[in-house]
Design a protein around this ligand. Structure first.
Ligand code: SAH
Length: 262
């Protein structure tokens, strides 16, 4: 049954992909050109923002490395208010809106307010960054399951880490740089081999991307030694040894051990 909505406005929850503007969907690119207003978060790259025509109103709601981050409730209110005013509102988010993007909350707010809302998927960081690094997240020989997990939970014990990594599995950790050491310790305590390969991908798909490889036991040290900054992903599993990456030469024996996995 066709729904009727109180205004002609519409809200679009749009994925911007992992950084490289060439990885936008055609639908996302078209919407950026036809929107009345674009509300974007801090992860959306400059190259993507440059595609927004100058006459389109632009609101940044979360600047990276800034404390001026708008609360989610205020963002929801803003989106609903502008849509009810009859505008075509694009809510632009890094990666995919429904993977650690709070898109689900914004869709709930739209449904509650009775406004028209459509979701436009984006390439999530795991898929985009792994592809760029030549790292297959699944592989007939190495992994038939892959998990996406957030590493930034208030208390790491809120997350059940058991069974997420190890034989035949790939674990991709978003937002895990600050907690990398604790995550590695948890996984090893859960029985995951300390010698399992790990790849860390910083600012994947952008001009200054870095891909680093090491072993699980060395993950925390690698992150501090190389001063890895967010946004970055941690990929744990045998497939990580396939990444086209700089090996972490600082830790004794790592390069040779990684060679055994390749
Ligand atoms: N909705 C986004 C994820 C938002 S959570 C998506 O689908 O990709 C933010 C986290 O995503 C970052 O902390 C980082 O772990 C990851 N991330 C996003 N863009 C990235 C990039 N270009 N390179 C590496 N990691 C990235």
């Amino acid at each position: 049954m066709e729904k009727t909505f109180p205004s002609a406005g519409k809200l679009w929850l749009v994925g911007a992909g992992p950084g490289d503007p060439d990885l936008l969907t055609l639908r996302a690119a078209r919407l950026l050109g036809s929107a009345d207003i674009v509300v974007h978060d801090g992860l959306v790259g400059e190259g993507v923002l440059a595609l927004i025509p100058p006459h389109v109103e632009r609101i940044g709601v979360a600047k990276q490395r800034s404390r001026h981050t708008m609360k989610q409730e205020l963002i929801n209110e803003l989106l609903v208010r502008e849509t009810l005013a009859g505008k075509q509102v694009v809510r632009l988010k890094g990666g995919d809106p429904f993977i650690f993007g709070r898109g689900g909350e914004e869709l709930d707010a739209a449904r509650e307010a009775g406004i028209a809302c459509e979701v436009v998927p984006g390439i999530t960081a795991a898929a985009g960054c792994a592809a760029q690094a030549g790292l297959p997240l699944t592989h007939r020989e190495d992994a038939s399951a892959v998990s996406f997990v957030a590493g930034q939970c208030k208390d790491l014990s809120d997350q059940d880490w058991s069974g997420l990594a190890g034989h035949g599995r790939t674990l991709v950790i978003y937002m895990g740089i600050a907690t990398a050491t604790a995550i590695a310790d948890k996984l090893i305590a859960d029985g995951v081999s300390p010698g399992l390969p790990v790849a860390v991908i910083e600012r994947g798909t952008t001009a200054d991307a870095r891909v680093l490889r090491t072993l699980l036991t060395d993950l925390g040290d690698l992150v501090s030694r190389e001063a890895v900054k967010s946004p970055a992903l941690i990929i744990v599993g045998k497939v990580a040894a396939r990444a086209d990456a700089l090996d972490c030469l600082g830790a004794p024996g790592v390069a040779e051990k990684l060679g055994n996995f390749a």
